[in-house]
Design a protein. Structure first.
Length: 234
C-alpha cells in the first residue's frame, strides 16, 4: 500500500532522515519505534505532505505523492493523527469531527461515518456539544482519532496516541487501534510505549538517529537483545 524509497530529510542544514526505506502492506499494523528525536514524527510529516523530502520517493497505492499538498494526500486516503492531538479547542466535539470530513468524498458520507465513530467512541457522542478544550486527556485523544477517521482513510497514521494518558486509558487506546486493524484499516503507529506497540503490531521498525536499524516481525524484535535493553528495560 505504501512504499518509501531512500528518503533523506532536512530541517535547514540539519539532516533528520538518512536513506529511509519502508513498506507497509494493506491491512497490517506497522509500528515505528525509537527514542525522542529519532525522526519518527519527521517520517510521518513526509508521508502526509507536511514536509518535502530532500531526496527519495513516497508511493501510495502505486502513485507518487511526495510532491502533493497535504489536502490532496488526505483525499487519496491517508490520515495523520498528530502528536499532541491538535484539536480545535474552541469548537465542539461535533464540529471537530465534521472538520475531519472536509474532503469531498468523506463529506458526502459524513452522517454514516459519524455514526460509526460514535459507535467506536460512545463518550464522544455523550459530549457532542461540549467544547474540545473541556474534555479529559483520554477523551481528547479519542476525539483526535475520531476526527482522523472521519476522512474515511485507507491508511491511518497515529503519532504517540498514548502520550500523557493513564495506564487504563493507554490499554483502551491500543485496543481501539487493534480493533481498527480488525476492521480492515492499515495503520502506521509511532509510539514510545514499545511493549504495547509490539503486542498489537504485525511488524516493526526501529528508527535511530534518522536511520532504520532493525525491522522484522514483532516477536522476532522482542527477542533482540538491543530492543530488550534499550526499549523494554530487560
Amino acid at each position: 500500500m505504501l512504499q518509501l524509497h531512500n528518503i533523506d530529510a532536512f530541517y535547514g542544514k540539519a539532516q533528520a532522515l538518512w536513506d529511509v526505506s519502508l513498506t507497509i502492506n494493506e491491512g497490517e499494523i506497522v509500528a515505528l519505534v525509537g527514542a525522542n528525536g529519532a525522526g519518527k514524527t519527521t517520517l510521518l510529516k513526509i508521508i502526509s505532505g507536511l514536509l518535502r523530502p530532500a531526496s527519495g520517493s513516497v508511493e501510495f497505492l502505486g502513485k507518487r505523492i511526495e510532491g502533493l499538498a497535504p489536502h490532496s494526500i488526505v483525499e487519496l486516503g491517508i490520515c495523520h493523527v498528530p502528536e499532541g492531538r491538535r484539536l480545535f479547542t474552541q469548537m465542539s466535539v461535533g464540529e471537530n469531527l465534521e472538520m475531519g470530513a472536509y474532503v469531498r468524498e468523506a463529506w458526502s458520507h459524513k452522517g454514516n461515518t459519524l455514526r460509526q465513530v460514535y459507535g467506536m467512541f460512545p463518550r464522544l457522542e455523550e459530549r457532542h456539544r461540549q467544547l474540545a478544550r473541556t474534555l479529559s486527556g483520554g477523551e481528547q485523544q479519542m476525539l483526535a482519532m475520531g476526527r482522523g477517521l472521519m476522512s474515511r482513510p485507507k491508511l491511518c497514521m497515529f503519532d504517540e496516541p498514548s502520550y500523557g494518558l493513564a495506564p487504563l486509558l493507554v490499554k483502551e487506546i491500543f485496543s481501539l487501534i487493534h480493533g481498527l486493524r480488525d476492521q480492515g484499516m492499515t495503520i502506521l503507529l509511532v509510539e514510545q510505549n514499545v511493549r504495547k506497540s509490539l503486542e498489537i503490531a504485525d511488524r516493526a521498525c526501529v528508527l535511530e538517529n534518522g536511520r532504520i536499524t532493525l525491522e522484522g516481525g514483532c516477536q522476532e524484535l522482542l527477542q533482540e537483545e538491543f530492543v530488550r535493553k534499550a526499549y523494554l528495560g530487560l
